[in-house]
Write a protein that binds this ligand. Structure first.
Ligand code: TRP
Length: 463
């Protein structure tokens, strides 16, 4: 049949083309990883979970669970060279096990759809703030005035829905064109520029007089605040921020040239991603304390703090506008990767064009997004299980589906796949390979399982 089903994995080709270089791949995965998770989500979940202890658990999760899962995802993707559902099925059969491993791919596709349904709403919120900054709405505004702007915006399902619609339109557009064109250029400019602006903001934060308090909040752990639910949230955040556990990185790995080092690329992405999240925390918490805000206030936290900083600094209109433009770009390059597995699946399975597939999947996600849009206004009091519709989607997809997907992926790469196959993809059985294998076979799966069981109270307390 198709050449992408060749018996020799080294000879397979992806139907969707390949990245033009190693750098292009790193940029694409970085574009996927760096997004709202770093700048919008990380500070507010850290704030809700009491700071320091959460941050340290999160960093540990990135290093000992996140990295091996990311490497596993890329290696599976490159070996299968198809969409995550087909890749898992193909590799399961090829390793002499079951084709049913495709269920892992299917769960990932679903997680991507669920995540993007709320991610796009926050992406739209960011986009709306581009125009608010540019119009000078934040200039000289007090904390209360900025809160009022934010509440007026999210309080109207029409404004939130409108920007959600625009953001989804942008995402569908790029996915329809194919990931190679456009995306590489955007990321090449965006990540360095975002880093630069974060440093400008950091300088402002350091001068706020509350930098020490911010540092302390982020890095001095109060272990008494740490519950297993908090640890689960830290683990979920590690998966979310690295874009792992749902096949996004697997899909990108399918377009990776044969000779590229998987471990090197993964480490580069993890370092870039973690640095940006840490910087975001160092910028935001001093501003929270300087303005008497509550670090645990939730999803509106960045939208309450950063406009304050921009409203007070010289050139704030320009810096603020530029910042929200960059954040919108960062969210955009992430949104694309959330859609890619589903779109690649539709294209391969049903022979649709990319444009048709992107519109189909994008349309579905757009409609589902109104669940989140309404959670901020009309249905704000409609609560069950974890809270609003948004809270539930967030918890289910990020804290449950991603770690579960990651667990199955790492178990597949570490236990189901034979040594020769994984060593073949990871560049031979050297030290890095052995380290990966210990993490993938033991540390990551046991860690994920343990946190899950603890969080649902299935393991007894020994202390
Ligand atoms: N990592 C992105 C962020 O931090 C979000 C994201 C993009 C994602 N693709 C993903 C999360 C795949 C989980 C899985 O904003």
């Amino acid at each position: 049949m198709l050449s992408n089903q060749a018996a020799d994995p080294g000879k397979r080709k992806s139907l969707h083309g390949h990245w033009s270089s190693r750098m292009a791949f790193i940029l694409a995965v970085t574009g996927s990883a760096v997004g709202l998770g770093n700048i919008w989500k990380f500070p507010y979940v850290a704030g809700q979970n009491g700071g320091g202890a959460f941050v340290l658990v999160y960093l540990a999760c990135v290093a000992i669970i996140g990295l091996p899962v990311m490497m596993s995802e890329i290696l599976l993707g490159r070996r299968g060279r198809r969409n995550p559902i087909a890749t898992m099925g193909l590799l399961g059969a090829e390793e002499g096990k079951s084709e049913n491993w495709k269920v892992v791919g299917a769960m990932g596709v679903m997680a991507g759809v669920l995540i993007l349904s709320f991610y796009a709403v926050i992406g739209g919120w960011t986009l709306a703030y581009v125009f608010k900054s540019a119009s000078g709405a934040f200039t000289g505004a007090s904390a209360a005035e900025i809160a009022a702007i934010s509440n007026r915006f999210t309080g109207s399902w029409m404004s939130l829905g409108l920007y959600h619609t625009i953001f989804m339109g942008l995402s569908i557009f790029v996915v329809a064109r194919g990931v190679e064109r456009g995306l590489e250029q955007a990321v090449r400019f965006m990540v360095p520029a975002l880093l630069f602006l974060m440093i400008v903001l950091l300088a402002y934060s350091i001068n706020s007089g509350y930098f020490g308090q911010g540092l302390e909040f982020m890095f001095s752990p109060d272990w008494s605040k740490l519950t297993w639910d908090t640890v689960l949230a830290a683990m979920g955040q590690a998966f979310f921020t690295l874009s792992i556990g749902m096949g996004a990185v697997m899909a990108y790995g399918a377009y990776l040239p044969e000779e590229t080092s998987i471990s090197g690329s993964s480490a580069a992405v993890a370092i870039a991603d973690t640095s940006i999240a840490t910087l975001a925390g160092l910028v935001i918490f001093p501003l929270v304390f300087a303005n008497g805000l509550n670090p645990g206030e939730g999803p509106g936290l960045v939208f309450a703090t950063l406009p304050m900083a921009f409203g007070q600094m010289t050139g704030g209109v320009i810096f603020g506008t530029l910042f929200f433009v960059l954040l919108t770009f960062a969210a955009w390059t992430s949104a694309i990767s959330l859609m890619e597995p589903a779109v690649a699946w539709i294209v391969e399975r049903f022979n649709h064009t990319r444009a048709q597939a992107a519109m189909l999947i994008g349309g579905l996600i757009w409609a589902a997004g109104f669940g989140t849009v309404l959670s901020f206004n009309v249905l704000a009091d409609f609560k069950f299980w974890r809270g609003t519709i948004f809270d539930n989607l967030d918890h289910l997809s990020i804290n449950i589906m991603l770690p579960l997907g990651g667990l199955l992926i790492v178990v597949f790469a570490g236990w189901v796949m034979c040594r020769n196959s994984s060593a073949d993809e990871l560049g031979g059985a050297g030290t890095i390979y052995r380290l990966w294998r210990v993490l993938a076979r033991f540390v990551a799966p046991i860690g994920i399982l343990f946190v899950f069981l603890k969080a649902v109270g299935l393991l007894p307390d020994l202390s």
